[in-house]
Design a protein around this ligand. Structure first.
Ligand SMILES: Nc1nc2c(c(=O)[nH]1)N[C@H]1C(S)=C(S)[C@@H](COP(=O)(O)O)O[C@H]1N2
Ligand SMILES: [Mo]
Length: 411
């Protein structure tokens, strides 16, 4: 079954079969095969059905309309680049495009510019030399399900992140082509998806003009050597290395240069974090001073073993995992602890794929006593930033980055 037409759009009939019908529990014969099984997240109400959408292997369904899918965690142990068909999917608005013709696609650039642009994909690609970067796309709400006390919003595990090799045109090259005027303050971006109700705000995000003119943000058309999967923003999306996924606008269609700070919902109301270094407030308290979420703090995970796993005493294990951050200088070191943080042991870092990429770490470990062992992992970046031991918390359920622990049973 090929659910895609030759021009890269989703075939609506197959799209409906794979998503909406499955979501309503009206599975027909082929769909029973798609809804492969269930995954259990280690927090309340954590059962997730695995559902295959077009171009995607079975992923954990958070919502159906719009599609919101998480990557099963074991994928992060299978390689440093997250395969396109396993990459998570997040949308806010249910009216998403289901068919896109790359031949007539246009990217509009307007506002405080000398020359507004109406670029075809071909014209975009011809503006200059494409740039390649490996970068982590992490949702602000990744790991929200672990928040205690619980908070509103999708109860996500650790699977709303992914690492890919992106190729695209620097946003600044496009802005230079348009000629940014002196009064420019911010650049807003939005894509083709639309709200169902007119009163619902569109997903519009803003970057400060200096950031928009920095080398990092790219208008990407290639992900791990292929066209972007439809649900990850085909045919072009913004990628903002080091920044949370909320800025990585999919199906990018409009870039507006503005002479003021943008006040739209997704900047001034949603996606705001405590205005402090830890992005955290006392659990259960309210946000007072806040700012838009931005750079990824340091995070690290063990990927080679999972909570609840049994391991034999005395047998050598090669522990493996990932670490990353968005500060732009890279990961310096990763340590693990098998005694709840009293002592820490160094790990070996594998070759770097770039400062915005997942970094692999490896360590030899021999469990020395029977019973329950808490395995902790902690990373430090080149700027000396590390991960707090106590869980970070804020009312939006954003930016969890404290040390994660795994419970193993040594037998
Ligand atoms: N057009 C559009 N782009 C969007 C969004 C959206 O709702 N619409 N959501 C953003 C959010 S919150 C995240 S986390 C990332 C997720 O990227 P992915 O779906 O490719 O994994 O897309 C971002 N880009
Ligand atoms: Mo997100």
């Amino acid at each position: 079954m090929n659910p895609f037409d030759k021009r890269g759009g989703l075939d609506r009939r197959h799209f409906l079969q794979a998503s909406v019908l499955a979501g309503l529990g009206l599975a027909t014969q082929p769909l029973q095969a798609l809804a492969a099984s269930l995954e259990q997240q280690p927090f309340a109400n954590g059962e997730r059905e695995l559902i295959a959408y077009p171009q995607k292997r079975p992923l954990m369904r958070i919502t159906t309309r719009p599609p919101h899918l998480e990557t099963p965690f074991e994928v992060f142990n299978q390689g440093l680049l997250t395969p396109n068909d396993a990459f998570f999917v997040r949308y806010h608005l249910a009216n998403i495009p289901t068919r896109i013709d790359p031949g007539t696609y246009r990217l509009k650039v307007f506002g405080c510019v000398r020359q507004p642009l109406d670029l075809s994909l071909q014209a975009l690609k011809a503006l200059g030399d494409p740039v390649e970067v490996v970068a982590v796309n992490q949702c602000s709400g990744n790991s929200r399900g672990y928040f205690e006390p619980r908070v509103f919003g999708a109860q996500l595990g650790h699977g709303s992140m992914g690492n890919a090799r992106w190729i695209g045109m620097p946003l600044r090259r496009v802005l230079e082509q348009a000629g940014v005027e002196d009064n420019a303050v911010q650049v807003t971006v939005r894509g083709l998806d639309q709200p169902i109700l007119p009163a619902t705000p569109t997903v519009t995000k803003a970057l400060d003009i200096n950031h928009a003119l920095a080398p990092e943000p790219l208008i990407a058309w290639s992900m791990n050597g292929e066209d972007l999967p439809f649900l990850n923003g085909y045919p072009i999306r913004l990628i903002v290395p080091g920044y949370y996924g909320t800025y990585w606008i999919k199906h990018l269609s409009e870039i507006e240069v503005i002479d003021h700070d943008f006040q739209g919902f997704f900047m001034s109301k949603a996606y705001r974090v405590p205005d402090n270094q830890s992005l955290s407030v006392a659990p259960g308290s309210e946000l007072t001073a806040s700012r838009p979420i931005a750079v990824l703090p340091v995070r690290s995970f063990v990927t080679s073993v999972h909570s609840g796993q049994r391991l034999p005493m005395g047998q050598l294990q090669v522990l493996r995992g990932i670490a990353f951050d968005g500060a732009g200088a890279g990961i310096q070191s990763v340590e693990f602890s098998d005694d709840n943080g009293r002592t820490w042991h160094a790990t070996r870092l594998s070759e770097s794929l770039g400062v915005y990429s997942f970094r692999e770490w490896l360590a030899d470990w021999r469990p020395r006593q029977r019973g329950i062992v808490q395995l902790l992992v902690r990373a430090r970046n080149v700027q000396g930033q590390t991960q707090p031991m106590t869980p970070t918390w804020n009312p939006g359920g954003y930016a969890r980055h404290s040390v994660e622990s795994l419970q193993l049973q040594i037998i």
